[in-house]
Design a protein around this ligand. Structure first.
Ligand SMILES: [Zn+2]
Length: 170
């Protein structure tokens, strides 16, 4: 089987940041997938599964309530490699346009107090797999990176145009 396009980006060159990883067309509409990369792949500890699960719950809740963006949010969820998350939005905004939304989302996570939203047996498939304190710590680390480091340089040299959409190849 062919490697799917998102795996063709050179992961040894990815830094923490915000990148467009895929652009799909659905009829006349675009759906843009962003790589919300929180860790350097394969060179630093990944996010613990419990913390990642909590990040998923809190940031998904934030995004679906954000007045500016809530109607355009299709999906937020963790990468299986535990180094970041995927954000899929309607339309074709740039990473720079997504940046203020990510700052708001991760500020919300960093300062979150109270019960993790949806962390109950009724609302979640593994409601004990959470770690709010580590999720908040990871949120603070990523915010610092977003504010202090350049975060829009994806290791891509070529765009692949296909029937399904546009992919970014390394
Ligand atoms: Zn859950």
């Amino acid at each position: 089987m062919d490697l799917i396009p998102s795996f063709q980006v050179d992961h040894t060159k990815i830094k923490p940041g915000i990148y467009e990883s895929r652009l799909d067309t659905i009829g006349d509409e675009f759906a843009t997938t962003f790589d919300i990369r929180m860790k350097y792949p394969n060179t630093e500890p990944v996010i613990h599964p419990n913390a990642m699960h909590t990040i998923e719950h809190i940031i998904a809740t934030f995004l679906r309530n954000d007045e500016e963006w809530k109607d355009r949010i299709i999906y937020w969820g963790p990468m299986g490699c535990l180094t970041g998350s995927y954000l899929i939005v309607k339309g074709h905004p740039t990473p720079q346009e997504i940046y203020p939304l990510m700052l708001r989302a991760f500020e919300y996570l960093k300062d979150f107090e109270g019960e993790v939203p949806g962390a109950t047996p009724v609302n979640c498939g593994n409601y004990l797999l959470h770690d709010l304190q580590m999720a908040k710590w990871e949120g603070a680390q990523y915010l610092k990176r977003l504010k202090e480091e350049s975060c829009f340089e994806y290791p891509v040299t070529e765009r692949l145009e296909t029937a399904q959409g546009t992919f970014y190849d390394s």
